[in-house]
Every structure is written in C-alpha cells, then in structure tokens.
Design a binder for this molecule. Structure first.
Ligand code: NCD
Length: 311
C-alpha cells in the first residue's frame, strides 16, 4: 500500500483505501507483537526522532516502542514550550535535525500547522503527533482500529464524540477518519466548546447529552483541555460532569453493547466516571493504548518504505 504523501500530517484528505490499508498492516503488527515475534530488521540503521514541544505519555512512549520494535535508533527530544520562540526555533531545529540525518521525525506542537511547516524544511518523513487543535492522525487510526476490532466493522456505526470538541485535535482527526470509513459521527458538547466549523464537516451536533447518546454504538469521551481555554470558556468540573460527564446512567442511553473510549489522559470525575472507565465489559481504553503501538509501527513502516532516500 501507499500513502499519498511523504509525510503523515493529517487524516483530512486521506482516502478510505489508504486508511483501511494502514489498519490492516497495523493489525498484522498487533498479532506479531502478541506472539512475541520481532521485526527488528525493517528500520535497522534508521533514525527516528521524537520531538515533543508539548507533554505526552502514551503518544511519545508508543512511538518510541514502535520504532524500537522495528529496529530503528530512537531519540527523544523534549522541548519546553514556554522557552521557545516558535517560528525561529522550529526552523533552527529543522536545520539541526537535517544535519543529523534523521529519517523519521515525530512532532507534537502546541501550534496548529507546526509539523506541516517543519515538513517543508526537513528531509525526514514527518509524522504529526498532535498539533494544537488541528489534528492527531495516529490517534484517529488507533481509535478506528480499536472500533473495528471491537465491533467487526466501522461502516454504518454511530459514534458519539463528547465533551470539549473545540480544543480537541483528537475529535477533528476522528471526524475525518470515521466519516471516510462511512460511520455516522455525532458531536456532543456545550455550545461554548463546540466550534462552528465542525457541523459542515458532516457531523450531527448535540448540546443535550441524552439526545446525542441515544442508540450510539461507540461513546468517545474527550478531556476537558483547560490549558487551551481562556476566561469564560472554563466550566466548573462539577457542573461539567453533571451535564457532559459519562456515568453508568448516561451510558444506559447508548446501544446496549456500546463501547466506551477515551484517548487519555483522563480526568476522572470531570468527563468520565471511574465506574465506566474501568468497566471491562464496556471500556476499551486499555485496548486503545495497545492499538497505538501497532498503528504507529504501521505508519513508520509505510513512511520509511516510501521515503526515496530509504528505498
Ligand atoms: C490527546 C492529545 O494530546 O491530543 N492525548 C493523546 O494523545 N492520547 C488528548 C488530550 O490531550 O486530551
């Protein structure tokens, strides 16, 4: 299979067949990982740099693990956001990375579009690991793989994405990914945390959680991203939980076999109650993390194969 570009910067614009191809490859890596076999020759001699300008636990660790499982040399660079002058530092950093002959560059940045800017300046294949409120493509891919494995399909499912949609790159990437795969997407949240532009991307918007959850096959909760909020946008945690937090009672409105997802990190008692987050019959939150490694192995593999320098 092939991806249309040298980099993975967004899900928007990816065709259904490219997404399905990535999920199939990820699934083969999942089975390999579970069987304890390794594939350490695939990225042997290649350098993967994790460049994180924002905090991360799952994403950075799983890219590191994915790279190592495929035999790459993995370097983690953590950069504190507060101390950098974005434009200048990014371009300086690009020059440094080029001099190091980095093959694969995984970038997380607080500014939407920063990975795309870097991609113009480096020889490496760039993977967006989350940029501002824009996109987080590998998260959407791991979510799609989790759904596909739990439900056997994605087409025709109703997926409710709930909470702080406005600040969520996870929501945006999932919206593109799930609609490309012919799922129905509902977005649920207070008007203050619901950007106007999402409705025109083909989602149904709900401000009443009970309405939005009705009959949903998948309930995906989002973290309340206070670090991206200003003044009046910040609701009190208690109030938010009452109207938009997922508990067993609200989950009862979804389909009887609905699964519960959360990209992490979770704020228990703010957007999700522990009783549902930790319910093994409904929650696939741990599976999402496992799929994250497999999906990132697939992405690294495909982009390395497509890189002219590596061919
Ligand atoms: C998300 C992110 O960073 O966009 N986390 C993740 O990658 N699993 C979601 C979040 O921060 O709430």
């Amino acid at each position: 299979m092939m991806l249309p570009a040298r980099h993975l910067l967004a899900i928007e614009g990816l065709h259904q067949t490219a997404i399905a191809g990535l999920l199939d490859l990820a699934e083969s890596y999942l089975l390999l990982n579970r069987s304890g076999k390794t594939q350490r020759d695939l990225l042997k001699g290649r350098t993967l740099i994790n460049l994180f300008f924002e905090d991360s636990t799952r994403t950075r660790t799983s890219f590191e693990l994915a790279g190592k499982r495929l035999g790459a040399d993995v370097i983690n660079m953590s950069v504190s956001t507060s101390s950098v002058n974005k434009g200048e530092t990014l371009l300086d950093t690009a020059a440094t990375l080029n001099a190091m002959n980095c093959d694969l560059l995984v970038v997380r940045h607080g500014q939407s579009g920063a990975p795309a800017l870097l991609a113009q300046k480096v020889d490496a294949a760039v993977i967006n690991a989350g940029d501002g409120t824009h996109e987080h493509p590998t998260q959407a891919l791991l979510d799609a793989l989790t759904i596909r494995r739990a439900k056997g399909r994605i087409e025709g499912l109703t997926v409710a994405i709930c909470g702080d949609v406005a600040h969520s790159r996870v929501a945006r990437s999932n919206l593109h990914c799930l609609t490309a795969l012919n799922a129905r997407v509902r977005l649920i949240g207070p008007p203050t945390l619901m950007p106007a532009e999402v409705a025109r991307l083909g989602a149904e918007v709900f401000h009443d959680m009970a309405e939005g959850l009705k009959g949903a096959d998948v309930v995906m909760m989002l973290r309340l991203q206070r670090e991206r909020m200003s003044g009046g946008q910040v609701p009190s945690a208690r109030e938010f939980f009452r109207f938009y937090g997922l508990d067993a009672q609200k989950l009862g409105l979804a389909a009887p076999d609905a699964i519960v997802m959360h990209p992490g990190p979770m704020n228990r008692g703010v957007e999700i109650d522990s009783a549902v987050a930790d319910d093994p019959a409904r929650s696939v939150i741990a599976e999402q993390v496992e799929m994250g490694v497999a999906v990132r192995m697939a992405v690294l593999d495909i982009l390395a194969r497509q890189q002219p320098r590596l061919a």
